[in-house]
Structures are given as structure tokens and as C-alpha cells.
Design a protein around this ligand. Structure first.
Ligand code: ASP
Length: 322
């Protein structure tokens, strides 16, 4: 298995977004992740890539999949992992993001994984700390490891991205998953079609270089992969949809709408799902079409690959010396 002595992969020493990644960087991460898929399926899963290193998970927004997979990824690679529960930290007493980061920085971590409700938070932190920063979701901006795990899932099923038509459906305006996926899929040669009511399309949708449809049935025609998104109620300042029931009627993925896509089309969702709002349980739980569980498995492998890639750029000695 690869070690810190292997070829560097990430040029910047951080993973802040897909926008800044080159195609070779993405391809190398996907290739490295394949090795971790195999490792995770083996009985002995422990590696030394991060032995002696410290990883801090700093999550200002709740998370199930992302936080637990970064924790497990760090542990499987041999790191000491600290999960900062923001609710129990000084943040709840009014400490700012920068104060918290500076405090954690003084403990000399090697990698800081951060999720924050504000777009740009991870980038800001990366300028204030001495360690590698991984963006685990910043507001409605980017969620790079989600797009990478989605790409790994698609690549394993379809072989390549060239010529694939991927529909990203639902609450695109508030979704960092959509933004990161648009960047990644476009870079890798896939066609992207956004399907959403006008109110849930981002203001700059026309400038994203993607196809746009406001009609779910028509929009799904010819689609190979249907990527559903959660309605991000926590990021909605007002009413963007008349009611959840009406939303499901027009935009919720059920068998009848899925039949409008290409025969054999596959369905994805980053989770957590609102069953009966953006996706019918009948589809979500159908292992013939749903890749949702596979996405979770690929999430762990991708996070291990990202941590491994960052470890290669860590100083062997000196940077953390007092
Ligand atoms: N888990 C993803 C995120 O953090 C998707 C979602 O919450 O809907 O953005």
C-alpha cells in the first residue's frame, strides 16, 4: 500500500474545493482510492501512512457520514483522531472560528478537517493554521470529498465519465454537493443537466456551463445517472416550495419519473435523505438502481485517499518544531 514517501498528489497541501483541482489530481485520487476500497474489504485494515500524525475533525454543522468516515479513515491510517464537538466547545460561548482554529493550531495537528455553515470558512482557516486543511463542506459552496466519492462510485459502475449524462436534481441553489459535482463532472468530460424548479436553481445557473431543465420528466430523458439532492431547509430563509407534498409530486423521484431516464439509469443521493420528499423509498431501497449504500462505502475509501495524499506533503521533521 502507498506511503508518505510516494509521489505527491495534491499541489496545494490542502483540499478546499474541486474547482481548484486539476484533472490529473482528481484521477490520482480516484486511483489511490481504489486501493483503499480493496483494503477496507480485507480483514486487516490498518495502515501506517498517518502514524504519529494528529487529525482534528472540527464540525460546526451536524454530520453523520462525513464525520464518521473521516474519523475511521484517520484511524485506519494510524493517526490520532480528535473529534471536536462544537456544541461542547468554547464556540458555544462565543469564540470565533479564527480563535478556535488558532487554539487548535497551537496543539500542532497535522490535518484539520472542517465543516462550517459559511462559504469560504475552510479557505480562511487554511490561511490561519500551519497544518493541512480539508473542506468537509462550507455553506452552499463546496463539498469536495462528496464529489470525489460520487465520481469513484460512477467510475466503478460506468468505467469512464466521457459522454455520460448526469442529472443533478432538486435543491441545487443551496447545495455544496451540486456545486462540487458540477465542477468535477464537467472537468472529467461528463455532461451535466440540472433539474429543479426556478426557485431552487442558483442565480448563476446560466453561467455554470451545464444544461438546465425545470421539468423533471423531460429533463430525465437520456440521463445515465440521476443524482438527487436533499431539500436544504436549514439554508432556506423563506418559502422556496409551496409544500413538501407538491414538491414530491413534481420533482420527487419515483418509479414513474425514473422510467423517463435511460433504461438502466442509476440513482444516487448524498444523504441524509428526506424519504417521500425528494425520493421515494421504493427507489432509494432498490439495490438494482440505487447506489446510495455504495456511495457511503466509497466515501471512506476517498477520505483515506485524501488523507494519504495530504500526508505525502507533510514535513518529515522541522515544521512543527518550536
Ligand atoms: N451531506 C451533504 C452535505 O453535507 C448533503 C446534505 O446535507 O444534504 O452537504
Amino acid at each position: 500500500m502507498s506511503g508518505a514517501a510516494d509521489e505527491p498528489i495534491l499541489q496545494t497541501g490542502h483540499l478546499l474545493g474541486i474547482d481548484a483541482l486539476s484533472v490529473p489530481e482528481i484521477e490520482s485520487l480516484l486511483t489511490l482510492a481504489e486501493r483503499y476500497v480493496a483494503l477496507n474489504r480485507a480483514p486487516e485494515k490498518k495502515q501506517n501512512v498517518l502514524r504519529g500524525r494528529t487529525l482534528i475533525n472540527l464540525f460546526f454543522e451536524s454530520s453523520t457520514r462525513t464525520q464518521s468516515s473521516f474519523e475511521l479513515a484517520g484511524k485506519r491510517l494510524g493517526a490520532d483522531v480528535l473529534n471536536m464537538a462544537v456544541k461542547n466547545s468554547s464556540v458555544s460561548k462565543g469564540e470565533t472560528l479564527i480563535d478556535t482554529a488558532t487554539t487548535l493550531n497551537a496543539m500542532r495537528p497535522d490535518i484539520l478537517v472542517v465543516r462550517h455553515q459559511d462559504s469560504g470558512a475552510a479557505e480562511l482557516l487554511s490561511r490561519k493554521v500551519d497544518c493541512c486543511v480539508v473542506n468537509a463542506g462550507d455553506g452552499a459552496h463546496e463539498h469536495p470529498t462528496q464529489a470525489l466519492l460520487d465520481a469513484l462510485t460512477i467510475k466503478r459502475r460506468r468505467g469512464s465519465f466521457e459522454g455520460l449524462l448526469v442529472a443533478i436534481c432538486g435543491d441545487i441553489a443551496h447545495s455544496r454537493v451540486a456545486r462540487s459535482n458540477i465542477h468535477l463532472l464537467s472537468k472529467m468530460g461528463a455532461r451535466v443537466r440540472l433539474i429543479a424548479p426556478r426557485t431552487l436553481l442558483p442565480a448563476d445557473a446560466d453561467r455554470l456551463g451545464v444544461e438546465i431543465s425545470t421539468d423533471m420528466r423531460k429533463g430525465l430523458e437520456g440521463v445515465d445517472i440521476v443524482m438527487m439532492l436533499r431539500l436544504q431547509l436549514e439554508r432556506m430563509g423563506g418559502a422556496f416550495i409551496p409544500s413538501a407534498r407538491e414538491y414530491f409530486h413534481f420533482y420527487g423521484l419515483d418509479r414513474e419519473k425514473l422510467n423517463c431516464a435511460k433504461p438502466g439509469a442509476l440513482v444516487m443521493h448524498p444523504g441524509p435523505m428526506n424519504r417521500g420528499v425528494e425520493i421515494d423509498s421504493d427507489i432509494a431501497d432498490d439495490v438494482e438502481v440505487s447506489l446510495i449504500r455504495e456511495q457511503v462505502e466509497m466515501g471512506l475509501a476517498i477520505r483515506m485517499a485524501v488523507l494519504d495524499a495530504l500526508a505525502r506533503g507533510l514535513p518529515r521533521e522541522g515544521r512543527n518544531a518550536a
